[in-house]
Structure formats: structure tokens, C-alpha cells
Design a protein around this ligand. Sequence first.
Ligand SMILES: *Cc1c(COP(=O)(O)O)cnc(C)c1O
Length: 391
Amino acid sequence: MSTIEKFNEHIMPTYGRFDVVLDSGKKRTAVDENGKKYIDFGSGIGTNSLGFCDNEWAEAVSKQAHSIQHTSNYYYTKVSADFAQTLTESTGYSKIFFGNSGAEANECAIKLARKYSYDKYGKGRHNIITLLNSFHGRTLCTLSATGQDSFHNYFFPFVEGFINTPANDIDALVKALDDNKDTVCAVMFECVQGEGGVIPLDKDFVKAIADECEKRDILTICDEVQTGVGRTGKFLACEHYGIKPDIVTLAKGLAGGIPIGVCMANEKCCDVLSKGMHGSTFGGNPISCAGGNVVLKRVLADGFLDEVAQKGEYIKTELCKINEVDGVDGLGLMLGIRLKTKTAADVCKECLDNGLLVLTAKEKLRLLPPLNITKDEIDKGLSILKNILDE
Ligand SMILES: *Cc1c(COP(=O)(O)O)cnc(C)c1O
């Protein structure tokens, strides 16, 4: 039986997969079971931040697997302590909680915000404002937080306490806060809506979220699961906006392609969740942290983030020269391409046939290349994409 047949027989059909079996990868090139090569403009979905099987990363991960792979959270490990120290010191957050995915990081943020408010104001201030067209994860609670009706089917009842307001509409935000006076504990948002179609929020709107929340002692939660860890050319996308949210969640690219999720909190709320109130069996796993330590070291090295920004600008400029391209949205190496006549899903499939891995987000073609992609690899990928778009 072929790999694809086995998959379809034994694995629940929750994904639309392409008929490709990937077998290995090196740098920014994947190889399928037939030896065909693909330039990677997708990084998984923004997870393989250092490309495929980076030497230093693979070395650290395998070394950790040979020393201690897991301990439970009844004990301490140095590798997780080092990781947490680097992350908090480089971002200015006080403490972190470890999970294994973006959804889990967001679950922690939601619990933390509700508990912060409960401690200070008692019951009833549990609502969280999220934005229309947002995406926060697939667990029941993070689905409920997600501001897209298409996700709110079948699995009733959803979790109560989420109020949606449109992105970039300050009046609507203020109205939502006024209408729900004394019942809101947090506003949660992505600085660049990812799954929603690579849509950066306006600077004024993000500033208004920060100001309104500050006034009312409401926490700000920035979901940086996709935008974080250098993806947009800053370590956190909220740095582009000049705000420092109370809580930031990270996951996708944080450990270079192995599971991790982190919820970071500032001094105001970092001790709200105390012993026994939250947990995760695998949280802070030493192998994930060993991978994460290499990612942090490389992404935080002098000049690395500037290069991410420059590469993003270069790709944008080159793409805008293509006639079929209507425009390019996004920041750094998180890019959404608007097409004039072609359908993103068709182009995505054609790219695959021609040896290039890309993604889509709603009606846009989405690029999330590995952060350390080279100029040469970018040019190779762009020439494949250009040929397809010029057809
Ligand atoms: C991918 C994503 C999530 C969910 O992450 P998982 O690891 O799939 O649980 C949450 N928020 C944003 C912004 C994402 O892009």
C-alpha cells in the first residue's frame, strides 16, 4: 500500500492534502519520495524558521534526545530555564508559561486574563473582545475566540464570553467596550491577521486598543503565534506598532519545527496563575527547548532581523513587477499576494508541480519562507512563481 493510501485509510480526513510525500529536506529545499526537489516558501506553516534540518539545530535537538528527553513538570531542567531566560530578557516580559501549540498558548492567555480580572474585581468581568476575521486556534475555547462564523459550526455549544468587533474600526471598538462596561477583561488580536488573509492592522487602531485598555484596566493579549519570533522583521510584530501588550503568545516558529507554545506575561499579571491552576504534561519539553534555544540564538544575533526585513522588501518589490500581481500585503517575511485574475489555490498547486512550496490565506497567495532563506533561493523560487503568474 502506498503512503497516501495508508494515510487515507488510517488517519482522519481533516486536511486537504496535496498528493506529495515529503521525505527529507536540507536548507530551504524539500525532497519528495521520488527525489523531486521543492524550494520552500512556506516553512511548514511558518514553523521551520531555520529551514530544513539546520545543522546547529539538529545537533542541539539530537544531543538533548541523548541526554534527557522529558522529565515531567515535577522537576527542573537547565535547558528550559535557559530558554525562558533568553526569551524573557530579550522581550522584556516577566514570566512565561510553556505549552505545545498556538492554541494552548492562547488558552493560557485567556485563562490568565479571566483570573487576573476575577482576583481584582470578582465574578462577571470575563468577556474577551476579539476581532472579526481573526484566528486563534482549534480547541473549543480558541475556536470560540476566533472571529469567523465559518468556524462556529457543528461543535455546539461554544465557549461563552467572546465579543467580536471589526478590525481597524476604533469607534466600533470603543462602542463594544462601552456597551459591555465592567464585563470585559481583555482584548485579543493579531497585529497581522494571518489565516484571515495576511492583513496588517492599522497603527492607529492598535494604539487605540492599547490606550482604551490601559484606561479601563483591561489586559491586551497579542496573539503572535504566526507573527512572532522574527517573522515580520522584528522579534515581535507588536514592536512595529510601538505597543507592549500585557500578554503575548508565541508558537509556530519558536522551536524551528518541533512543538512548543508559550504565553508571556508582564509584571502586572505574571503571577496570576499559581500552583495547580494550569498545566501541560509536555510543556517545557527539553527537546523543544533545545531546538528553541538555537532558534533564539540565531534570530537574536546582530543583523539577523534586519536581513529578514530586507529580504521581505526585496520579495515584495520583485513580486510587484509581475503583471498578474495586484499588490502585496504583510510585513517582513509574512506576505500575502493579491492576484488579478488567477485563483490562489490553483497557483499554489501549479507551484507545487513546478517545485515550489507556497501557501494560501483566504483568496491570497501566502509566503512564509524560512527566516534564513538566501538571496539565491529567493530568486529561484521567485522565478518559478513568475513563470506561473505570467502564463
Ligand atoms: C496557527 C495559529 C494558531 C494556532 O496554532 P496551533 O499550533 O495550530 O494550535 C493560533 N493563532 C494564530 C495567529 C495562528 O496563526
